[in-house]
Design a protein around this ligand. Structure first.
Ligand SMILES: Nc1ncnc2c1ncn2[C@@H]1O[C@H](COP(=O)(O)OP(=O)(O)OP(=O)(O)O)[C@@H](O)[C@H]1O
Length: 580
């Protein structure tokens, strides 16, 4: 509930709409409440006395009431929709903005599937709750209070019926609202699982096909979908059972009311029109309570959604700018790791242990080691995708936490293991690295990344459109473009995370030569599982089990490192080399 209140400031810009909507609704309610009384007068004073002129006069009045009620209803719909839809759009915008600020750890913690459910389902649930609150929450209680008051003043003889029926209806509503609130929390969780599965399947559709795992995936999806269906079914069934149960209670009330009324009519203390009006008001009371209960249920349901939205909006961003960031424009690429420890789960095993090394500006460092040894994790600490648990990462002798994140990341060209490109032209993708790049800059960077050849071949060259996920490029072309995007920044530090795995040996040499020639002052980190990619590095760090177990040039490592020797031997097809 607190989470829902916390979202209400988003309504502030649309306050006028939020005030006008219930005001229009009041007009509709007043007209609805007037109708049965007018009808009662038509029956008891007009029809009973054969007074046609009176009947026509009140008939016209009823018509006017209906038209005014209609205006009230339409006005309320227009303004409540405007308020709720804009309210939701602003929340969606902020949730999206927040996710853009998320650190990798924040993202890992919440999960993409849940985020998608939040942006789609949860925000819509909150929007619905607000819309219903503005429309029905006013209508329900007003109809209820108005009808009870009118029965008190005009049909007091039948009032005891209300004293029994209303508490029973209220208990029912409370019970159903409580139960559905719990069930809808389970629906949201099941929805997260469906979204996570969908997202994973769509992203990996090619792998699924290549391994002929469609049937397996269909079964896995069926499982999560069935769970969602089951949960939805229980929740919806419970909501829909409420109405017939309440109608049953009201009908008993109507029968008792008619029976009591008939006795009073026989005694001559009550007119027939009053009984008819009472039945109408009883239905109005029930409708008022049912609509209020629906809003209550929607609101209860939206509390879970609001909590999840708040979870995103209030996420503690764990990688933030320092209070007084250093403004250093004279960056060089000197890097030092000082006794760095890091673990993904904060109380789990360290993935990096006691990492210490120093790199001079302009040096090329190769990082090699068995799979899972922590190579990618190590270089992810440089642009602060993650922060170390212990120790320090320094650039130019200063802890990188003291630079503004923008300043720091502007320094670094990062080519990730998996080339991530966006739908749009090749040019737009390269400009991602440097907004103000000229065509000459792009041509030069593409040349260095051995991407010119394929760019010159495709339709429209730099204007060539990439599909979502760049599925119309080969793996090697994606990697070349991803490198072009990093090279164009002329970064002080360049990180290549296994980014030449899909590139042929000749092109790889071409890229390495271009790096030396075009970016002579840049410090380059090359993470690779291939010795050929790092063999010419000034220094190679050999990693095993999260630690640097050796470092040196290729020749030194062949001499001194058992691990490096065995990697080299496996790749040169000579088995385990012995240098003794
Ligand atoms: N986001 C993550 N959350 C939790 N654990 C992770 C995450 N990323 C990596 N790991 C774990 O950290 C360890 C080191 O992973 P890392 O990707 O750094 O290895 P690597 O040496 O680059 O491997 P590879 O050569 O296969 O790319 C592995 O055990 C891996 O399972």
């Amino acid at each position: 509930m607190k989470s829902f209140w916390k979202l209400l400031p988003y309504l502030k810009p649309y306050m006028l709409f939020a005030i006008l909507a219930p005001m229009f609704m009041c007009i509709e309610v007043a007209m609805d409440l007037l109708s049965p009384t007018i009808m009662q007068h038509i029956i008891d004073n007009g029809i009973a006395n054969d007074d046609t002129a009176y009947v026509i006069k009140l008939g016209v009045l009823m018509l006017v009431t209906a038209v005014i009620g209609l205006i009230g209803g339409v006005g309320c719909t227009i303004y409540s929709t405007r308020a709720a839809v804009n309210f939701a759009a602003d929340i969606r915008k902020d949730v999206f903005k927040m996710t853009e600020r998320f650190s990798s750890e924040n993202m890992d913690n919440i999960g993409v599937g849940k985020l998608i459910t939040i942006v789609t389902n949860d925000i819509t649930a909150v929007q619905q709750a607000l819309m219903m609150t503005l429309r029905v929450f006013v209508r329900g209680p007003l109809l209820f209070i108005g009808a009870v008051a009118i029965v008190w003043f005009t049909a007091r003889e039948l009032f005891p019926v209300l004293l029994v029926v209303i508490p029973i209806l209220m208990i029912l509503i409370y019970f159903f609202s409580y139960k559905t609130g719990k069930l809808f929390a389970k629906v949201q969780k099941a929805m997260d699982k469906v979204n996570t599965k969908l997202q994973e399947t769509f992203a990996g559709i090619r792998v699924i096909k290549a391994f002929d795992r469609q049937n397996f995936e269909v079964k896995a999806f069926k499982h999560v979908n069935e769970e969602l269906t089951k949960r939805n079914m229980s929740a919806e069934q419970l909501i829909l059972t409420l109405m017939p149960v309440m109608l049953f209670i009201v009908n008993i009330g109507v029968v008792v009311g008619m029976w009591m009324g008939a006795i009073k009519v026989n005694e001559g203390t009550l007119q027939v029109g009053v009984i008819l009006a009472f039945i109408n008001y009883l239905t109005i009371i029930m409708n008022g309570l049912v609509s209020s209960s629906h809003v209550l249920m929607q609101i209860t349901r939206s509390f879970t959604s609001a909590r999840r939205i708040q979870q995103v909006l209030e996420t503690q961003i764990d990688i933030t700018d320092p209070v007084n960031p250093l403004s250093n424009n004279e960056f060089k690429g000197e890097v030092e790791f000082k006794s760095v420890y890091f673990s993904y789960s904060k109380n789990g095993e360290y993935v990096l242990k006691d990492i210490s090394f120093h790199v001079n500006s302009g040096e090329t460092i190769g990082i090699i080691g068995p799979t899972g040894s922590g190579k990618s994790t190590l270089i992810k600490l440089l642009p602060r995708l993650y922060d170390p648990d212990l120790g320090e990462v320094m650039i130019n002798g200063i802890n990188i936490k003291e630079y503004s994140i923008k300043n720091l990341r502007d320094l670094i060209g990062f080519v990730p293991q998996k080339a991530t490109l966006f739908a749009g032209s090749i040019e737009e993708n390269i400009r991602f690295g440097k907004e103000e790049a000229t065509i000459e800059d792009m041509e030069k960077a593409a040349n260095s990344a051995a991407a010119s050849e394929f760019i010159n071949k495709v339709d429209g060259r730099f204007g060539h459109e990439l599909m979502q996920g760049a599925t119309n490029l080969s793996g090697g072309q994606k990697q070349r473009l991803s490198m072009t995007r990093a090279f164009i920044r002329k970064p002080k530090i360049l990180v290549l995370d296994d980014s030449t795995s899909a590139i042929d040996a000749i092109s790889e040499v071409q890229v390495q030569q271009a790096l030396t020639h075009d970016l002579p002052d840049t410090t380059v980190f090359i993470v690779s599982s291939k010795v050929s990619s790092i063999i010419n590095a000034d220094r190679i760090l050999v990693m095993e089990d999260g630690m640097i177990v050796a470092s040196g040039t290729h020749d030194e490592l062949i001499e001194n490192s058992e691990v490096y020797r065995s990697i080299y031997a496996t790749q040169s097809g000579k088995g385990v080399l012995s240098y003794e």
